[in-house]
Design a protein around this ligand. Structure first.
Ligand SMILES: NC(=O)c1ccc[n+]([C@@H]2O[C@H](COP(=O)([O-])OP(=O)(O)OC[C@H]3O[C@@H](n4cnc5c(N)ncnc54)[C@H](OP(=O)(O)O)[C@@H]3O)[C@@H](O)[C@H]2O)c1
Length: 242
């Protein structure tokens, strides 16, 4: 039992990094969490951790760039846990190629499908029921690159995250009047496996100064606990020392 014990939450990209920490933290507050990602063994490990402390977790393996798998994951969650209260669009990737010339069009398309189109399709799958119920929260984990496109994040990644900002605004424009809220969370550098793809090696010391997964998880729990009359629509987070 906890403050989120009446909530069902879908977390995409729950097999590592921010998503794993978000799922564990929400479950610790009593939420029923649906874990979405491709790596089944990693999802099973996260689910086992949650269940070991008395939490409720559902493993929903899916490639978020496949619309059918997205709809199937949402349906599986509804069947197991009932209506979906909160969607956390967190799944995301970057590629080692960061410049326009290095990035192949096919890499660009794939990255936008995973980072941006998946968030649109997940939103599309949960929004009608949220609107009908007059309640729902969609949290979009984007990036500092959504606010300040930059060469370090690269062209495809920056573009995908700016797209999430537009999606977040449109969810609020369409949904606020009927009780649906959206918040975009824009972290700066975070100490997760995605950093392994940076073209330049990052030292342990540098990683420790970065935002940690538990910081993002605490932010999502804070948003999830707010009363539905409050719409925090943007959170920007930077490492203090950078
Ligand atoms: N770390 C940072 O510095 C930072 C900063 C700002 C924003 N972010 C954003 O935070 C989010 C989480 O990233 P992270 O840093 O926690 O990195 P991460 O540990 O690499 O996590 C990425 C997650 O996305 C999932 N994923 C990737 N492609 C997928 C696909 N096609 N279908 C389903 N799931 C997929 C991965 O699961 P599978 O591989 O199992 O599918 C994994 O769970 C991303 O959107 C990232 O852009 C990260």
């Amino acid at each position: 039992m906890g403050p989120l014990n009446d909530k069902t939450i879908i977390v995409t990209g729950a097999s590592s990094g921010f998503g794993e920490a978000i799922a564990i933290a929400c479950a610790a507050e009593g939420a029923r969490v649906s874990l979405v990602a491709r790596r089944v063994a990693a999802l099973e490990r996260v689910a086992a951790d949650i269940r070991a402390t008395g939490g409720l977790a559902l493993v929903c393996p899916a490639d978020v760039s496949d619309d059918d798998q997205v709809y199937a994951a949402v349906e599986k969650t509804r069947e197991a846990f009932g209506s979906i209260d909160i969607l956390v669009n967190n799944a995301g990737v970057n590629i080692p190629q960061r410049s326009i010339e290095e990035t192949e069009p096919e890499q660009w398309r794939k990255l936008l499908e995973v980072n941006l189109t998946s968030a649109f399709v997940f939103t599309r799958a949960v929004l009608p029921a949220m609107k009908a119920r007059g309640d729902g929260l969609i949290i979009n984990i984007a990036s500092r690159a959504a606010m300040v496109p930059n060469l370090r994040a690269g062209v495809a990644y920056s573009t995908s995250k700016i797209g999430m900002e537009a999606l977040n605004d449109i969810i609020n424009l369409e949904g606020n009047a009927v009780g649906v809220r959206a918040c975009i969370v824009n972290p700066g550098a975070g100490n997760t496996p995605i950093m392994d793809l940076r073209p330049v090696h990052i030292s342990h010391e540098e990683r420790m100064k970065m935002i940690q997964s538990e910081d993002i998880a605490a932010t999502v729990v804070y948003l999830a606990k707010l009363p539905k009359r409050v719409n925090v629509n943007l959170i920007s987070m930077l490492p203090t020392q950078r």
